[in-house]
Design a protein around this ligand. Structure first.
Ligand SMILES: [Zn+2]
Length: 162
């Protein structure tokens, strides 16, 4: 019988598993990791991918399993839950700060309000001005939009609300 890591140790270790799309954010920052269950020798991590059918899902699952094995969990279980679906509201406050520092405007918290999702006010991550406008709804990846800030005249990307 080996000593099982605590929930806290597991959460801390999962903070080191980065999102393949946005390498400054961990799966914990993004809210992809929903739950960690420790029952005796059994450790289960519940995760919901940002996009269902996300090709990176298998890679993420494997990384989570490897992390748990490093902590001494012999047979970690990763449970993928698609319902309720992931929403950008689940990005943690810490994750939002990291996105901004990365030059990517964090998505507004919308709580399902379609008006906020479709016409978000997106403050510029560089100067904080709200005088911004969308120039292209598809940025470098499907989940990003390109904005332009009229105040500091810089283009920036926004993580689209979902
Ligand atoms: Zn600006």
């Amino acid at each position: 019988m080996s000593q099982m890591p605590s929930q806290e140790q597991i959460w801390r270790a999962l903070q080191e598993v980065m999102d393949p799309e946005i390498p400054v954010l961990s799966l914990v920052d993004l809210g992809i990791i929903r739950e960690v269950k420790v029952e005796g020798q059994e450790v289960t991590v519940v995760m919901t991918p940002t996009f269902s059918g996300c090709p990176a899902l298998e890679a993420m699952r494997q990384e989570v399993e490897e992390k748990l094995q490093e902590l001494g969990v012999p047979r970690p279980r990763v449970e993928v839950v698609l319902d309720p679906p992931w929403s950008s509201d689940q990005i943690s406050p810490e994750g939002r700060r990291k996105l901004e520092a990365f030059g990517l405007a964090p998505p507004p918290v919308h709580r399902g309000d379609p008006e906020i999702m479709l016409n978000p006010v997106v403050p510029c991550p560089y100067c904080g001005s709200r005088r911004t406008r969308v120039t292209n709804t598809f940025g470098s990846t499907l989940c990003r939009a390109i904005y332009y800030c009229d105040a500091c005249q810089q283009a920036f990307e926004q993580f689209k609300p979902l």
